[in-house]
Structure formats: C-alpha cells, structure tokens
Ligand binder design. Sequence first.
Ligand SMILES: CC/C=C\C/C=C\CCC/C=C/CC(=O)SCCNC(=O)CCNC(=O)[C@H](O)C(C)(C)COP(=O)(O)OP(=O)(O)OC[C@H]1O[C@@H](n2cnc3c(N)ncnc32)[C@H](O)[C@@H]1OP(=O)(O)O
Length: 290
Amino acid sequence: MLRSKILNRIRLLKPVIDRRCMSSASKTPLTLLEVDDKSGIATLSLNRPPVNSLNIDLMNSIIESITEIEGNKSRGLILTSANDRVFCAGLDLNELHKPNQERLKEFWAVFQDVWLALHLCSVPTAAAINGHAPAGGCLLATACEYRVMLPQMTIGLNETQFGYMAPKWVMLSYLSVLPRRLAERALTQGKLFTTAEALDVGLVDEIAASKEEALAKCSTFIDSFSKANPLARSLTKKQIREPDVQKLIADRAGDLKECLEYINSPLLQDGLGAYFEALKQKSRSKAGKS
Ligand SMILES: CC/C=C\C/C=C\CCC/C=C/CC(=O)SCCNC(=O)CCNC(=O)[C@H](O)C(C)(C)COP(=O)(O)OP(=O)(O)OC[C@H]1O[C@@H](n2cnc3c(N)ncnc32)[C@H](O)[C@@H]1OP(=O)(O)O
C-alpha cells in the first residue's frame, strides 16, 4: 500500500516522457507528456516538426498519452504544441494524397480513434493553442472542453478550401461550440478565424499573451472542477457527448467506406495535389529556394 503510494508520488513528480511513438527521422518522441507534481495536471505537447501534421504515429502517440493520463490519476489534461508557431496543421496531407489503400484505411481508423479518445477523456481537457490550428488542428482543440489561444494565429475547419467536405462527425465538433447558422457558414466557406474572430464567435474561450499564460488559464479552468466529484463529472461529460459520439461509433465502417471513396476520387485527388504543391511552393519561396 505504502509502496504503491510512493510509486504514484514518484510518477507525479517525474515528468513522464512518452517514448513509444518516435519520429522515425530524428528518433525524438512525437508527444511529450509532463505531469505537474503540485497540481497533478498533465500537459501533452505535440512534437512532430515542422508543423505537427497528424500521421498515424502522432495520432497513436496522442491516444497512448491519453490512456496514460487516465491511468495515472492526473487531474486534467492540457493539449498544446512544442512548436511556437503551429499548434497542429491538421491531417498529414502525405497520408491523403495518392495514398496506399491499406495505410489509408488504418490512418482513417486511427483518426476516428483519436477524436473518440479526446472526446471521451474522463478528466477535464483544455487546449492551449499556441499556434495555427487549421482543419484537424481545430478538431483536436474543439474536442477539448476549453480553449485558450495566442494572438495572431488562425483556427478553423477549412476543408472546403482544398476541395474536401469535412466528415459528419468532424462537423459535430464545430456544432458543439458554434451556433448552427455560424457553423454552416464557416464550414461552407472553409473559414479560418483569426484569434480575435475566434474569441468573438466563441470558438475559443480566452486569449493569452504567451504560452505560459495560456497554460495558466487552462489550469485555472481545470481547477474550476475542484468541488465536483470526478466520477460524477466524467459521467456527466460522457452523457452530454454521447449523441455525437454514438453517431460515429454506430457507423465507423460506413464512415470509413464513404471517406475512402471520397478521398480516392480523381477530382479530389487533383484538388488536393494542387493545394499541397502550392503549400510546398510557399514554403520554398519563404526559404528563398525558388
Ligand atoms: C462523403 C464525404 C465524407 C467524408 C470526407 C472525407 C474526407 C475528408 C478529409 C478531409 C479532412 C481533412 C482534415 C485535415 O486536417 S487536412 C489538412 C489541412 N491542413 C491545412 O490546410 C494546413 C496547411 N498548412 C498551413 O496552412 C501552414 O503550413 C501552417 C499555417 C500550418 C504553418 O505555416 P508555416 O508558414 O509555419 O509553415 P509552412 O512553410 O507552410 O509549412 C512547413 C512545411 O510543412 C508542410 N506542411 C504544412 N502543412 C502540412 C500538412 N497538413 N500535411 C503535410 N505537410 C504539411 C509544408 O508543405 C512545408 O513542408 P516543405 O514544403 O517545406 O517540405
């Protein structure tokens, strides 16, 4: 009994670094997980340079970290980025453009899994959005219960801008934070909100001047549950989120089939190819390579 108490204490004191999913290129961990010894709050930092785009390994690492947080009795989870400019650039376009079919199936299933894991995480969750958060980056943030964002960044589900329609369950995340009329307009326009606009419409809850302040504000949000019974809190959250979650769980295979057909269609592949090329060209010009 005493031994397990001490082991738990050590686990809280020592920052836990997730080494299970490493970047194959640099052998650095794709997520960094630290648990604050005083507050018991876990900070999960996305760490896949250059822009934290979501490939299978990064998403698996996020899921493993959430499982670890739920197992180590952390009081809350703050999702943030190890990169000062980009919170998360969304899905890795390399996984969507000219995909290997077997890998695409696995990729989409893990994408569904990461949304479910974050959506149903039993502890309070908050996103310290310390950089741009387009598409899948916005999805991670909106799956959390609270969002604090740094100025002069952008956030939104911009799928229609590169020729895609967001899947139904992705749209549900938007609808959980935005009024329907506004969500419809933003989704159809593929709008990326500036930080100030995002605060104005309620897509984010607060603005912070620095990453430290964003983390502190997220901690304050998590502390606001100190008087709530953790089990009752978690069951209440699950109950409220149940209808959205069920819409995906009830038809995961159907969603996969629909998405594969959609992603593979030549028109969408061409549009995505052009979008990705423009992105690479912009990056090359920035680096003075063209
Ligand atoms: C019936 C229908 C049912 C279902 C529908 C089915 C399927 C729909 C699937 C659609 C879902 C999509 C969700 C997504 O998340 S798709 C990803 C969308 N992401 C974006 O549009 C973001 C693109 N990136 C940017 O805007 C900028 O990179 C960013 C603002 C994030 C950062 O800018 P910065 O100037 O700091 O960096 P860059 O120079 O632009 O980029 C640096 C390098 O990173 C590469 N990069 C950027 N984003 C991605 C990405 N998402 N995936 C892969 N690679 C990315 C970029 O090319 C640069 O690389 P190099 O060219 O230098 O090698």
